[in-house]
Design a protein around this ligand. Structure first.
Ligand SMILES: [Zn+2]
Length: 352
């Protein structure tokens, strides 16, 4: 995610923090003193654990998790693909809030048997400002995290749980639509409460939930539309390959005349690499117009087959941060598929 900083790596997943989140401890230190700052850091740890349990559950189902990003409003685990079945989505979504409930229960048990912790503080940790109150806040914070995340609105886990339950009965797109609709109702309700009680943070959350719900709907729309198409449905048989000795200046000339911006790079009849528009532009600035393609091409580039579904193409592009892929039939190059091709078929199919 843009504007985030990598903190550390745990279980092979890097934990990033968004710069807006970095300010929080400082702000709380200034407003509420050391105890408030410690509380923010505790929330930070609990949210990290919450996201890690989502990630580990996803991994069990073969979904890769690149990183976890902590935002002031909660965490986001970026997964390589969506869960394949409602059951998978249900399990991946429920373990997050469950982890907070488990932490809360365990800590409550431990603290209630600690001789230095009076029962009165443990029951009402918000009523005082001692370090004991701070410690007693931790179970409460985890309960709040669990409840907040269980709200049936995207992007919260509750929204995903709701969809996964609906999706066992009706088709995925309709299940998403209903869950998004309920999310919008929640957002409007939060916005109203925030407005009436003059709570700007609540209004902000409302706007965020509203937008995230809409984003989820269009994301699913795209995915479900693309599911029905294969690479061969949009493959352009007219395409150009370039020899590995071709210079950048020659390539730019070709880009200007042909309607192609991403090229398979050949050594004789064999494809040895791939150069995208952004690779070529970057090379032009970095190493100059006389550089041959062999110096700047991507050597390890994923490829697809004409029979592959467009959802796979989209996923590979996302995973590899690339906007075009070579298409190979029996290990011979037979075309190039680009993000624009996918966008075009989507706009034809949806805006009828
Ligand atoms: Zn969650």
């Amino acid at each position: 995610m843009k504007g985030s900083i990598k903190l550390f790596k745990v279980l092979g997943i890097s934990v990033n923090v968004h710069i807006t989140f970095l300010f929080l401890p400082v702000i709380f230190l200034m407003i509420g003193g050391l105890k408030s700052m410690v509380l923010v850091l505790i929330v930070f740890i609990c949210v990290t654990i919450h996201e890690l349990t989502h990630s580990l559950a996803a991994r069990k189902f073969g979904i890769k998790v690149r990183d976890i990003t902590l935002l002031p409003i909660g965490g986001v685990a970026s997964m390589s693909k969506m869960p394949e079945s409602p059951k998978q989505e249900f399990i991946i979504s429920i373990v997050g809030p469950l982890s907070n409930i488990v932490i809360a229960a365990l800590l409550y048990l431990i603290l209630s048997s600690a001789p230095w912790m009076p029962k009165s503080i443990l029951r009402n940790p918000t009523l005082g400002n001692t370090w004991r109150h701070t410690v007693a806040m931790v179970p409460l914070i985890n309960i709040v995290l669990a409840v907040f995340n269980l709200l049936p609105a995207f992007p919260m886990d509750g929204g995903r749980l709701l969809r996964s339950i609906l999706a066992t009965r009706i088709d995925f797109r309709r299940a998403t639509k209903i869950a998004v609709y309920i999310g919008h109702i929640f957002a409007i309700f939060f916005g109203y409460i925030g407005f009436v009680y003059r709570h700007p943070f609540l209004i902000l959350i409302a706007i965020f939930i509203y937008m995230a719900a809409s984003a989820e709907e269009s994301h699913v729309d795209v995915r479900e539309t693309l599911k029905g198409y294969r690479v061969k449905d949009i493959l352009n048989s007219q395409f150009m390959t370039l020899d590995k000795g071709t210079t950048i200046s020659k390539v730019l000339e070709l880009v200007f005349h042909a309607h192609q911006e991403d090229f398979p790079v050949m050594d004789g009849a064999e494809m040895v690499g791939f150069a995208t528009r952004s690779d070529i532009i970057l090379a032009m600035h970095k190493s100059g117009p006389a550089t041959p393609l062999s110096d700047i091409m991507r050597v390890k580039v994923p490829y697809v087959a004409p029979e592959d579904k467009l959802t796979k193409v989209q996923r590979l592009m996302e995973e590899n941060q690339i906007k075009a892929l070579p298409v190979l039939r029996n290990s011979a190059i037979c075309g190039v598929v680009t993000l624009e091709d996918i966008a075009r078929i989507y706009s034809i199919m949806v805006r009828r």
